[in-house]
Design a protein. Structure first.
Length: 95
């Protein structure tokens, strides 16, 4: 049975970088790091440094997402030409 990696700042930084990147789920990050989800959440709860850098990585990921969303909306709005039309419906009394 393979041994799970021991906690280290190097491993914590690697995991935080994966979180910040935003391309992987926690399950995938755990697999890539060689730890279980139980270990991930245990470290998050019991290791202050790990908890701190994960929180910062999640904040950075959110900031990046907001910037990307704003840029995408600006591109979308600038790339759309539209014509405003109005439809008027009249009812005939004799018809």
């Amino acid at each position: 049975m393979p041994r799970k990696p021991k906690y280290s700042e190097k491993l914590a930084k690697y995991i935080a970088a994966l979180v910040e990147d935003g391309q992987h789920t926690i399950s995938e990050i755990c697999s890539l790091s060689g730890i279980t989800k139980v270990t991930f959440y245990e470290w998050k709860r019991t290791k202050p440094y790990f908890s701190h850098i994960l929180t910062r990585a999640e904040e950075k990921k959110s900031e990046i997402l907001v910037v990307e969303a704003k840029r995408s909306l600006v591109k979308l709005l600038r790339g759309i030409d539209f014509t405003e039309t109005e439809t008027v419906v009249k009812t005939l009394k004799n018809g």
